[in-house]
Write a protein that binds this ligand. Structure first.
Ligand SMILES: [Zn+2]
Length: 323
């Protein structure tokens, strides 16, 4: 009996330590003001990085999610994001490494207290990819839906709130305001990502601006205007400068093109994300190339990285010569 009691006491003591550790988590840089957090900094490979996903924080609340690649829904929970606080989910395109966790967010919300509708923005379809709305129907409401038990989130009745999808039909060169809410606004432009319909986003929030390229070759002419003067540019560093993979090179931007865009647009800070094995191996060379062209600060994304976005001042980085 004494042994059993001692053992029980130890178990309770351990449980108490575990609970207090959870309750006293260190405050995050995302707890105050405006901040951008990387949920997933990887690409389609399965490794130590979650796939692509980012979250906009305003005053300690997760207000918008940009891309929902595999692993990012769990990362959102670990970051203490609440689906109830979201004003928007935006998907740059429907490759799995940018979208696969969307059903996980939707199902998780069933157990929360969300009651207001949730806008979700995404690309149009073509002969190789469905539109956002066709994709959601294939997941939840179509005749052969993958998850028909979640159909209520897209139908007039049946769930506590509705997803409000909007497929963005934009012409090349267009920059359109696609979301205006009480906390931030979003503009979008179509970008080139091989044959896959894809979008880049600019988020304007309380005097700050963030441009998220998603996944692109970064050659769309409107990107220069979209990224103009942004406080933070998030680019996909998925290939090396001298990639001999012609398919990958059609889909992604080499380091020099990313740096040239950031420099010409006068963006104040550059964050490199969507890292893959091939781009990680070439990272030292890629950073040398980027820093020779772009004179602002450059950071390499890690999962969970939180970047506070202080109010801008008039300081800008030094312009280098034409790139
Ligand atoms: Zn992609």
């Amino acid at each position: 009996m004494a042994w059993t009691l001692r053992r029980l006491t130890c178990v309770l003591a351990f449980a108490s330590i575990a609970l207090s550790a959870t309750a006293s988590e260190a405050p995050s840089a995302c707890d105050h003001g405006v901040a951008w957090q990387v949920l997933g900094s990887g690409g389609p490979e399965l490794n130590q990085r979650a796939q692509s996903g980012h979250v906009l924080w305003i005053d300690g609340k997760a207000r918008a999610v940009f891309d929902t690649g595999a692993g990012t829904a769990v990362a959102f929970g670990k970051a203490r994001g609440r689906i109830e606080d979201l004003d928007l989910i935006a998907l740059s395109h429907l490759h799995t490494d940018h979208s696969a966790d969307l059903p996980a967010y939707v199902k998780a919300s069933f157990f929360g207290e969300r009651r207001r509708d949730l806008p979700i923005l995404g690309p149009p379809g073509n002969n190789v990819f469905p539109s956002l709305e066709a994709w959601l129907a294939a997941l939840f409401t179509g005749e052969h839906a993958a998850y028909p038990y979640l159909a209520g989130f897209l139908q007039p009745e049946g769930a506590a709130y509705r997803l409000r999808p909007a497929t963005l039909q934009l012409s090349d060169g267009d920059i359109a305001t696609v979301f205006t809410g009480p906390n931030f606004s979003v503009r979008a432009t179509p970008v080139k990502h091989g044959p896959i319909p894809a979008l880049a986003w600019r988020i304007d929030v309380q005097g700050r601006s963030v441009v998220y390229l998603g996944d692109t070759d970064a050659q769309a002419p409107a990107l220069l205007e979209l990224a103009q003067g942004a406080d933070l540019l998030i680019a996909n560093l998925a290939i090396s400068e001298h990639s001999n993979d012609s398919v990958a090179s059609r889909l992604h931007a080499p380091p020099s093109r990313i740096a040239s865009l950031a420099q010409r647009a006068g963006t104040r800070r550059l964050l490199l994300s969507h890292l893959m094995q091939r781009s990680e191996q070439a990272l030292p060379e890629s950073l040398r190339i980027i820093r020779a062209i772009y004179s602002g600060p450059v950071e390499v994304a890690q999962d969970g990285l939180c970047l506070p976005l202080p109010l801008r001042n008039n300081a800008t980085h030094t312009k280098k010569g034409p790139a």
